[in-house]
Design a protein around this ligand. Structure first.
Ligand SMILES: Cc1cc2nc3c(=O)[nH]c(=O)nc-3n(C[C@H](O)[C@H](O)[C@H](O)COP(=O)(O)O)c2cc1C
Length: 377
């Protein structure tokens, strides 16, 4: 498939990475990533939910399917996780009140256990797991490596030495300074509007602050962005592009469970909420009855990361596997407003680029020339 005609604006980072549009797409689906790359954007595949033993095969396949097109991969590296941990052991250490609460919800909502093993039913985030993921990513053909929720200086240095471009998702100037000190190549300013783990500052206010501390380091804008006019808006603020996550869940290539796609299409920005009930850290998700149950009077406060997922990971897996219309939820940003129903990545990229071009034409047609300004009055 041919790439789309190039965008009218292409900031230096895009040229350096060899892409045709200032669109960076985060997805957990390899099929989405391949299509973003083919259309001329920069895809970043999330690996944090993959079974560790499957990651080498996933990366080999991805590399082959990309056929030389540039792409990145992403890891979540939160600090303060156990050195090494087994799910079964941690399960026995969960507070009894939390286990009883979740058991009551299991019964109330008649949730059957998931049939298939997944990351959420068989793994715990630990330092040992991250070490393994880092080795796998360093050995891959990915041009970009992104990290979220935490930073590992050894990883940044080794990735750079291997010729990779390093990206760090940051939600505050404090995070940005830390990433710059470690030598990160690209800061992704991810605002409160974003799907997934997020801080308290909205994208529109965060981007200028990150640009100020970034100096010459390129910045991307993330969170709440789902139209080409917004992408141009980010570039006009000084960002080198926009990083989108939620939007791709509407693409057939995302393989989003039908009940979740319906929920996303029916939701407006205000139907997304920040909760600790998913992972233990503040995370913007689209609301479902499962999320609301944690907000009822008398519900316990969620546990921290990684214990909250030890407690509830099987339920997240079950409601996805069983496509439960009442309970299914997922990380989703205020950008959910742009999801109207199922589409394809190609159509999404065409729409983004067309909207960007229209916004560019609108802006340039408004440019004032000295002769336009009447001095008579
Ligand atoms: C379903 C989903 C899962 C996500 N998982 C991760 C992740 O594993 N690692 C990461 O760096 N960001 C993750 N994010 C955040 C995205 O990288 C991105 O910053 C965010 O989606 C941007 O905001 P938007 O959703 O409004 O487009 C996730 C986002 C979504 C919607």
């Amino acid at each position: 498939m041919n790439p789309l005609p190039p965008s009218p604006v292409l900031p230096p980072l895009c040229r350096r990475l060899g892409i045709r549009h200032p669109v960076f797409g985060f997805s957990h689906s390899a099929d989405v990533c391949v299509e973003i790359a083919r259309a001329g954007g920069f895809p970043v595949m999330g690996l944090s939910r993959e079974m560790p033993e499957e990651i080498p095969g996933i990366l080999r396949d991805l590399d082959a399917r990309m056929n030389g097109l540039p792409y990145g991969v992403d890891l979540m590296l939160p600090p303060n996780v156990p050195e090494d941990a087994r799910l079964e052991t941690l399960r026995t250490e969960l507070p009894a009140a939390h286990t009883a609460f979740v058991d009551r919800l299991r019964e109330e909502f008649a949730i059957e256990p998931p049939a298939r093993p997944s990351f959420f039913t068989s793994h715990v985030r630990s330092r040992k797991l991250f070490d393994e993921q880092i080795e796998q990513v360093l050995a891959s053909g990915a041009l970009g490596v992104a990290t979220a929720i935490g930073l590992r200086e050894d990883f940044i240095h080794r990735a750079k030495a291997a010729g990779k471009v390093t990206f760090s998702l940051v939600g505050s100037t404090r995070h940005a300074r830390k990433a710059l000190e470690m030598g990160v190549d690209v800061l992704v300013a991810q605002g409160y509007d974003a799907g997934g783990h997020t801080g308290p500052v909205g994208t529109m206010s965060l981007v200028p602050q990150i640009l100020e501390v970034a100096g010459g380091t390129p910045v991307l804008a993330a969170g709440g962005i789902a139209t080409g006019a917004q992408v141009l808006g980010a570039v006009s603020m000084g960002a080198h592009g926009a990083w989108l996550g939620t939007l791709w869940m509407a693409a057939a290539e995302s393989h989003t469970p039908p009940a979740l796609l319906k929920r996303l299409a029916d939701s407006r920005s205000e139907d997304t909420v920040i909760t600790r009930a998913h992972s233990g850290k503040p995370c913007r998700v689209v609301r479902s009855e499962w999320i609301s149950a944690w907000e009822r009077a008398g519900s316990p406060a969620p546990l921290g990361m990684p214990l909250q997922q030890v407690l509830t990971g099987d339920i997240f897996a079950a409601v996805h596997e069983q496509d439960r219309p009442d309970l299914i939820y997922e990380a989703a940003g205020q950008s959910v407003f742009a999801i109207r129903g199922e589409t394809t990545v190609r159509e999404q990229m065409e729409t983004l680029v067309t909207e960007l071009r229209l916004a560019w034409d609108r802006m340039t047609s408004m440019a004032q020339r000295p002769t336009d300004i009447s001095t008579d009055r």
